[in-house]
Each structure stands twice: as C-alpha cells, then as structure tokens.
Design a protein around this ligand. Sequence first.
Ligand code: ADE
Length: 418
Amino acid sequence: MKYDVKDLKLAEKGRLRIEWANEYMNVLSIVRKHFRRERPLKGLKISCCLHVTTETANLAITLKDGGAQVLVCASNPLSTQDDVSASMVRDFKISTFAIKGEDNKTYYRHIKNVLEPGPNITMDDGADLVSTIHKEKRHLVGNILGGTEETTTGVIRLRNLEKKHLLLYPIIAVNDANTKHLFDNRYGTGQSTVDGIIRATNILLSGTNFVVCGYGWCGKGVSMRAKGMGANVVIVETNPLKALEAVMDGYSVMPLKEACKKGDIFVTLTGDRSVIRKEHFELMKGGAIIANSGHFNIEIDIPALEKLSKAKRKIREFVEEYTLKDNRRINLLGEGRLINLAAAEGHPASVMDMSFANQALCCEYIAKNYKKLEKKVYKVPDFIDKNIAKLKLESLGVKIDSLTKEQEKYLDSWELGT
Ligand code: ADE
C-alpha cells in the first residue's frame, strides 16, 4: 500500500482521536452498519481530496466497510492532522497522502498519488481533484462513474465548468443538501472559526469590534457565535439581500473601508479573492487581527500586506506579525488559510456526521444510478437529505409530531378559504 504521511509513530494518538470523533457521528455509524451488511461500494476505487481530520478518517473507514478501495489526500496544505493520517495508514490500511504544512508541489503530487489507480468515484472538497482531472488527467474519465463535492467554493467551480459545457462526468453537490449547508456551514464554521481565532491568539472577544466579510451561511454562523461571546459584530456584504438580512438580524452593516477604522478582528468568508487588500490595510488600527475562514487563501491580499511592511515575525504559532512602514502592526492568522482547520480542529464531529453521511450515501447512489446520470452538477436526492435529518433527530433523542390525515388533506387542497 502506498502512502505519504509525516510519522507513523503518531498513529496511536490519532487512533484514539478517531475513536472519540466516532462517538459523535451516529448517523455515519448507521450508514457504516448498512455498508458492512450490503457492501454497495464493492470493487470501486474512491479517490478523496478532503481535509484529513478525525471525521474524515471515519468517513474513509465507512467507505472501506462499504467495499471500496479508498485513497485520501489533503484538500488544503495546512488542514491535515498528522496523527490522523498516520493512523489511517497504520490502523485502517487506507492509502493516505497528506502532511500538515506541505508545499504546493507536494500538495499536487499527493493529488496525483490518489488518482494513480484510476478512480471510479471522486470525492472532492474545493474541486482541486476534479480540476486536476479536467486539466491534466482526462484519460481517467472513462473509468469514473461520478463524483461528489463537499463545499460551496467547489460547487461554484463545478457549476462554472458545467455552464461552459466542459464538465466531463456527473457530480453531486453535497454542499447544497439542507442537512449539509444549514448545519455544517452555519454551526460548524461558526464554532470552529471562533475556536481557531481563540486558539491562535487567546484574545478576549468580549467588547471587541469583530468584522465579518461575507454573510452567507458561514458568515452567519461566525457572526452569531462572535455576538454570543460579547463582540460588536460588523457585517461587510456586496449582496443587497444578504446585507439586508444582516441589518434585520441586528448587526451593523457598512463598507469595509469604514469598518477598517474601527475593527479589532477581521474574518473573511466570501469565497472571492482580494477581499481585504492594500486600501484596507492602510486604514486599519495598529494591532488588528486578520483571519480567513473561506476555502482558499486568496481572500486576504497577503502580497499587498508584505509590500506595505518593513518587517515580519512569527509571534505565536499561528500568528504572523507584520510591522508596516508607519509602525502599525497587523497580525495575520494561519497564513490566511482557513483558520478553523489551520489553528483548530475544524468542525466538530457531530456536525460533520451529517455532511459525511451525505457523502457516503451519495457514493452509494452513484454506484447504483450512474447509468442514468449525465455530465451535470446534481442536487443530493431529497430522500437522502430527509433521511439524514430524521436519523440525526433520532440519534439526538428528539421526537417530533406528525401531520394528521386531515392536515395532510388540507395542505393538498385549494378549496377551503375564508
Ligand atoms: N471541514 C470543516 N471541518 C472539517 C472537519 N472536521 N473534517 C473534514 N472537513 C472539514
């Protein structure tokens, strides 16, 4: 079995952490039992490009229990948990290629490593795996039945491929399932981003001016949690509807240039590039803290910050302190990479449970239905999404009411009015 991890001696710690996460992944455990019985992925090769965390390990084990040969590489150079990748190799015999802090060359070499055997299904987080196939490895497409995509940024890239009629095989947009984005993006990113900022800096959030760029589901989650910890949250948006939502949710909304003058902490979660740039650094207060929690490290214009600076030093493990030519200091967290995975452990297992149950069940769906699928980006089938919500509620011990026959009939009718 081929692999490339930091140190197999870290495996024991990783194995225990994987076990811990598994305790909170009840829906995935149900899927795993079903996979062990039915083996719906028997004989399939699944190449995954995901953040290599304890939760991902449990997903990979589930796919293997479903009968698949599983290969995993990192979907970000800084998100790998080295103890987990070691345990995936040593304890679970999963071909893993991921080292925290790997350079770009190694990152893409690892992507090519997982593509080597020729996958039947691709599982991506951000679309670097799929874009590598489309750019350089088109000969693999003949073997591919379909793929899945985990995150908003990846889905946007794939929809652009589809729009240009360039998409070479069907992909299911796991991100767009209700049981994914309404929970993972909102509560997962909300908690883990604040966790990452605190672990990196140990600052008191209470009383700070906390600027959130982007009010999508991730931005909503971060804003809610920062507000809950006593920060004065300011929202920066370009979309009028989302900006209006932020106003009605009780936040201050203003252009970034204005927010720069008062902000203590800035977080980007927009999915777009160069959100915080030269003109913004020039206006910030000394001591400002800047972090990104969007998928790629392009939201903060780091080259512009470098240019404005006369010195930089690593002042804490995930904090680079830039001294500007006018002596103001700006602190950049986690090299501008997603701070929740760079400085903390990513989303907690109990929310990844739903995201990864979607991933596993979509693989089964592709294995059973690939002949019907076209070269399109598909929604997660509604029966999968609804079943995951039902199973999650059950696992939490929450019971809900059901409609009476009379109520069902009323909702199907039009006759009865005032
Ligand atoms: N994305 C965000 N948090 C994650 C986690 N814990 N595992 C895998 N992918 C993630």
